[in-house]
Each structure stands twice: as C-alpha cells, then as structure tokens.
Ligand binder design. Structure first.
Ligand code: GLN
Length: 189
C-alpha cells in the first residue's frame, strides 16, 4: 500500500517511520505528481499557516483537493487536522482548509501554559490499553457535526475524530512508539 505524506513542512520523517512499521510504503510528496496513484494520504503536524502557503506555491494543494474530492483516505495530525477541517477558529484569514470533515477546529486551543503535554488517551476501537498522545501547541475540536465520530477526548474536548475515510488527530501519534493509530488508519484504506 502506497501512502503519500505531504512533505512540504513538519514531521514527515516520523510519519514515514510509523507507516513503514505499520506495513505501508511511504511516498514523500513535494510536487503534485507525487500524489498520483497513491492509496492514501497523510497530512503531518507542523504549522498550518506555513503549510497552507507552501501548498499553494508548490501546486500540491490543488492536487490534494482533487484527491480528497475523489475520496482518497486521509489522516491529518495536528496542523494536518486543521487543514482538513470545515471551519478553522483562530486561524489566519488567508489559510486554506480543505473542508473534508465536518468539524470546527480551534488552533492553539490548549493555551500557552500547556503548550505541550502528554496524555494517556482512551481511544474507541483501540481496546483498553490507553494511547500515549503527544500534544504540541495543539488544536481541539470545538464543534463536531452529526456525521463525525469522536474517538477520543481530553477533558470534554474531542481530539480524535473520523468521518468516513477522513481521520484527524489533534496530537502527534507518529511521535509515540505506539503504532495502533497508523494501523487503524491503514485498516480503513
Ligand atoms: N499550532 C499549529 C498550527 O496552528 C499546529 C501545531 C502542530 O502541528 N504541532 O498549525
């Protein structure tokens, strides 16, 4: 299974390692043609405003929009989650979001004093063993539409959501040694 990682900015290597461990072949996509013929796509964490600019200047953004319209499964983590959301709160006016999952995401939502933290998450569908989740200037979901499954929360805030073949995490599963979320994503592809 070939999985493109949008490789313009952010933690691309870590996703490549996680996908390889989970049994897929990662393809680092820096130009639009590198999205051709892949079975699934990962949008990594990083900085959504910067990624938005690079998506436009590289042409990868339009190719990505086409693939998403065609229903290619996608996993967005942190900044990637922001880019896939229907609505971005506290975003920059010019930042693009692809609107393929019906959530409103608030950027940097956990506030300054807890910019970064780890939490053991109870995840629906992963069994009883908690998932060790790393949050870095993370967003959370302010509103999730009726068709969105919330798979995990921190306090009352959704941080892992799925709608059809769109999976989004507010945290960085690729930074944990635990590969269950990458496997869960690949099982749906
Ligand atoms: N705060 C970042 C943003 O707005 C996301 C942080 C991350 O991806 N770790 O894009």
């Amino acid at each position: 299974m070939k999985v493109a990682i949008v490789a313009l900015q952010g933690d691309v290597r870590e996703h490549a390692a996680a996908l390889t461990d989970a049994g897929a072949t990662p393809v680092l996509a820096r130009v639009p043609e590198q999205l051709d013929g892949v079975d699934a796509i990962v949008l990594p964490g990083g900085e959504s405003t910067t990624m938005s600019l690079l998506l436009a200047s590289s042409g990868v953004g339009d190719a990505l929009a086409e693939r998403l319209d065609a229903g290619t499964p996608v996993f967005g983590t942190c900044a990637g989650m922001i880019l896939l959301a229907r609505e971005v709160l506290d975003g920059r006016a010019d930042q693009r979001s692809f609107g393929v999952i019906d959530i409103a995401v608030r950027r940097n939502a956990f506030g300054r004093q807890v910019d970064s933290f780890e939490a053991d998450l109870q995840v629906d569908g992963l069994g009883r063993e908690p998932f060790p989740a790393v949050f870095i200037r993370a967003p959370f979901v302010d509103r999730a539409g009726d068709d969105v499954e919330v798979l995990a929360r921190v306090a009352e805030h959704p941080v892992l959501c799925r709608q059809g073949n769109v999976l989004v995490a507010a945290f960085h599963p690729e930074l944990s040694a635990d590969r269950r979320l990458h496997r869960l994503f690949l099982e749906g592809v």
